[in-house]
Write a protein that binds this ligand. Sequence first.
Ligand SMILES: Nc1nc2c(ncn2[C@@H]2O[C@H](COP(=O)(O)OP(=O)(O)O)[C@@H](O)[C@H]2O)c(=O)[nH]1
Ligand SMILES: [Mg+2]
Length: 315
Amino acid sequence: MLKIFRRNKTDDRATDQALSLTRNSLLSRLNNLFIRDSIPNDFWDSLEEILISADIGANTTFEIIENIQLKQLDTLHLIYSALREELISRLLLFNSESSEMDDLPYKPWVILIVGVNGSGKTTALGRLAYKYQLQDKKVIAAAGDTFRAAAIDQLQDWARELNFDVVAHQHGSDPSAVVFDALDSAIAREHDVILIDTAGRLQSSNNLMAELAKLRNVVKRKIERDPDEVFLVLDASTGQNGFSQARAFTDAVDVSGIILTKLDGSSRGGIVFSIVKEFGLPVKFVGVGQNAKDLIPFDAEVFVDALLGDISIDN
Ligand SMILES: Nc1nc2c(ncn2[C@@H]2O[C@H](COP(=O)(O)OP(=O)(O)O)[C@@H](O)[C@H]2O)c(=O)[nH]1
Ligand SMILES: [Mg+2]
């Protein structure tokens, strides 16, 4: 059985490719900075500016630079290694051990997916279903975004394409009832995984947050535990400002990890550092394209190396 959840070269290449836009804007400037014979006078200012331009965030950048400066390193080579280590350790700060997809402690394993409209929830759900199916897991989805008729169709399209089960009610019906029925089905028909899609409209965010809290309670009543995972889906291309809205979700439900979508086509790959810091949550998966395969497990080291590119420094 193919273990796609372990690090593999295809995923590493996909990370690399997805970050190419960010890297292109970073790399030549980092190269110019590090490929010198000695540490230039304006080195720290330039480094600061470059990191901020990649959307790493001002505060995070200041902290990174301060930590490296404290080490009083005297070659660019050592500074570069310290930068790499500093970036990686920041991404590992909140990372629990990686989620296993082949060895699930409960059946059904319940995953709730939340986030604003358009962030990529339904797409992420389809891709997670695909990943679990590759692990021989029987998957069912709950069409919990009953607010938009198209959302139900979209989920059913994924289900048809990938051949997993879906429970859907009519447009406008109560999402709690959908989740209730889907959990019933999952238990009766022995599904390994249930993926719950939700609405993300923010115009009436109070109602939405109340609805999500209610969904969570339905799960709790039905399986006598909280959802096993709650993934908050964030769109990388919205940049720092896009994330203030997302904070409402972490208040309403106990989010266990982040799925960062649309890393392809964004030159803001550095946003991951701000997210980890601000939300205090691990990034579990990244979306790197439009296909079923384009959701890959997040790996801090691979990510940082893809971000920094391959700079060879010999001083
Ligand atoms: N390029 C790219 N597009 C994505 C990615 N994830 C989602 N999308 C697109 O973003 C749009 C919104 O996604 P959708 O799943 O419907 O968002 P939802 O409203 O949160 O359910 C769709 O057109 C998706 O194809 C990604 O990782 N990369
Ligand atoms: Mg959707």
